[in-house]
Design a protein around this ligand. Structure first.
Ligand SMILES: C[S@@+](CC[C@H](N)C(=O)[O-])C[C@H]1O[C@@H](n2cnc3c(N)ncnc32)[C@H](O)[C@@H]1O
Length: 278
């Protein structure tokens, strides 16, 4: 018997099985919308954008959970003739990444695979990147062990995550606003993973750990509103954490705030760079 499809708005379950969701294209479109601003920054000056990774020609780079591969495509020319490889569990994401990269730099490749069992020999890469992946993975520590296995001893890991515990979507109804933020964090599998990450990395032998924080504030209904706030409310209604009336009131208030120049949302991004310097 065919297994039921996963609701696209049940993010914790959906992101670990994109191909089995009601609408896998939803996730491609979500990444396009929510990455647009950052990607534009990367396009303007790839070398500046990737400067913290200290890239140079000849390095081999792996992006785990690469999604549509847009960032890796900008990075690949910097390390050529070194390899730029993207891995993702979703065939649809990898198909999209390959299609967007056809005719692109020839040191770039994509393959389907899991961070829990990477299809590469030990010490294959000089840099391993993972952006908004560990928050979804059922066993993030096991993922880190596997990432470390494929990293060369002199290599650098770069992990970027949002701290979902500090998400703000300001509502005129304080209780609803807090409930939304608390649920958003709780309903994502590892919403607070970034707070444990430096400790995990040190435990795994990375004695050089650098944390780069960045806060993003938006004052208008933005991509996060469209692709995260509204879909999350659909999920919260489904699990009975918001009534229909509460969700409607929450949305109406956010729209009213936006009309009056009072919309305020913020999230904190962290990139953790880790290496084993002697
Ligand atoms: C939130 S998206 C991030 C995509 C991309 N890194 C970005 O920031 O634009 C998470 C990605 O991780 C993938 N993923 C989920 N579980 C995975 C696993 N065990 N191994 C590899 N990729 C996985 C999903 O298919 C999805 O493309």
């Amino acid at each position: 018997m065919a297994q039921p499809l996963v609701p696209s708005t049940a993010f914790a379950d959906a992101w670990i099985q994109v191909d089995r969701t009601e609408n896998p294209r939803f996730f491609v479109n979500l990444l396009d919308a929510t990455r647009a601003r950052l990607l534009e920054r990367a396009r303007q000056s790839p070398r500046e954008f990737f400067a913290p990774l200290a890239l140079r020609a000849g390095l081999n780079v792996l992006d785990v959970g690469c999604g549509t591969g847009d960032f890796l495509r900008l990075l690949a020319p910097i390390v050529s003739p070194g390899k730029a490889v993207g891995v993702d569990l979703s065939e649809i994401m990898i198909g999209e990444a390959r299609q967007r990269s056809s005719g692109n730099v020839d040191n770039l490749s994509f393959r389907v695979g899991s961070v829990l069992e990477l299809p590469f020999p030990a010490a294959s890469f000089d840099r391993v990147l993972a952006t908004q992946l560990l928050l979804h993975v059922p066993d993030p520590r096991k993922a880190l062990v596997e990432i470390k296995r494929v990293l060369a001893p002199s290599g650098v890991i770069s992990i970027s995550e949002i701290d979902w515990g500090t998400l703000v979507v300001q509502s005129s109804d304080n209780e609803l606003g807090r409930r939304f933020s608390d649920l958003a964090c709780r309903e994502l599998r590892n919403g607070l993973i970034i707070r444990e990450l430096p400790g995990h990395l040190r435990e795994l032998g990375f004695n050089h750990v650098v944390i780069l924080p960045e806060v993003e504030v938006t004052q208008d209904l933005d991509a996060l509103y469209t692709w995260f706030v509204e879909p999350s409310l659909t999920h919260f209604k489904r699990i009975g954490a918001f009534s229909e009336a509460e969700a409607d009131a929450f949305i109406a208030d956010l729209k009213e705030r936006a009309r009056n120049g009072r919309y305020f949302s913020s999230r904190t991004y962290y990139t953790v760079l880790a290496s084993q310097s002697s």
